[in-house]
Write a new protein. Sequence first.
Length: 111
Amino acid sequence: MKVHAVLGNGFQEVIYQRALAIEMNKQGLKFSRELEMPLFYDGINIGSRRVDFLVDETVMVELKAVIRLEDVHLAQGLNYLVAYKVDKGLLLNFGSQSLEIKRLRHPKRSN
């Protein structure tokens, strides 16, 4: 991905988020950045979380800037899909030498 190729690793997540927003705009993608999304438990709003990107209202993109992705990051991404009622997502890690990309699918839907 161009953002990682140009910036490399070692920056804070917000830097990659800003650069990725520029690239998505260039590509004409419809997206929301840092969209505040409510979290519900048993039908009751218990707080909110900001998703890094919601692309075309159908794909969640969560960014990380860590040395390596761990199981906790994957679990977090899958939990967000469930909480936000989104079927697909991407977990992008800009912190490693090579860009890490994990595709995420809603764990409770068979689409």
